[in-house]
Design a protein around this ligand. Structure first.
Ligand SMILES: [Zn+2]
Length: 219
């Protein structure tokens, strides 16, 4: 545990040492709209793959990063944020973990994006056919550390299992509930809460439909 704390401190020091000189000036609504527009381009086969050239690389190396949004998404290889939102190099601050759950390292990473990089939005994005949520529904024996991860998704499943009236399948509902639970967990952070309260930040949930590529936004 001590070793973990020490590593986290080193990580925090390295992050603070790389504070950018320029900050993003995009509003929360404009940043979310940019993601929606990018997804529309992507699903229509009209991606423009912006800002991925050497000039962009050189500029961000010199001036620092100014991502327009922080994304907390599943590690599933079918949901790469830069591609599904048609964004470029250094546009998104991405944290990916199976089941898009959040513990201290994920919360701290997003806090860095909010407090230091001043991102105007956080998107927590789950996806259809999520193996991690499916494993939490089946709740069977798993190897290694997987039971600990699944345990973090179980509350979403248990919430949905109580609703016997819904006609929507359990995997769909639990995936959405799991996104909502992660948003609730992130929103407990004083750093994130303060930014939301002062209208500098919006936090939203979304689901990526892996069959046709579109992203639906949770109300
Ligand atoms: Zn997944």
């Amino acid at each position: 545990m001590k070793k973990q704390t020490c590593l986290l401190n080193l990580f925090a020091f390295a992050l603070i040492a790389s504070i950018p000189t320029a900050l993003a000036a995009v509003t929360p609504d404009a940043s979310i709209q940019a993601l929606k527009d990018g997804n529309t381009r992507y699903i229509n086969g009209k991606s423009i793959h912006p800002r991925i050239d050497a000039d962009r690389r050189k500029m961000t190396a010199l001036e620092g990063q100014t991502p327009i949004s922080a994304i907390l998404g599943c590690a599933d290889s079918r949901v790469p944020p830069e591609i599904i939102f048609d964004q470029g190099f250094a546009d998104l601050f991405v944290v990916r973990v199976a089941g898009n759950v959040c513990a201290v390292p994920e919360i701290a990473s997003i806090e860095y994006a909010v407090a230091v990089l001043k991102v105007p939005s956080i998107v927590v994005i789950g996806h259809t056919k999520c193996g991690a949520v499916d494993a939490a529904i089946k709740n069977g024996p798993l190897p290694g550390s997987l039971p600990d991860l699944v345990k973090m998704i179980r509350p979403a499943v248990e919430t949905c299992e109580k609703d016997k009236t819904s006609k929507t399948d359990l995997l769909t509902r639990a995936t959405e509930q799991n996104v909502r639970n992660t948003i609730a967990d992130l929103s407990k952070s004083p750093v994130i809460k303060e930014a939301i309260d002062s209208k500098k930040l919006k936090i939203v949930g979304a689901i990526r439909h892996i069959k046709d590529g579109h992203v639906s936004w949770l109300k």
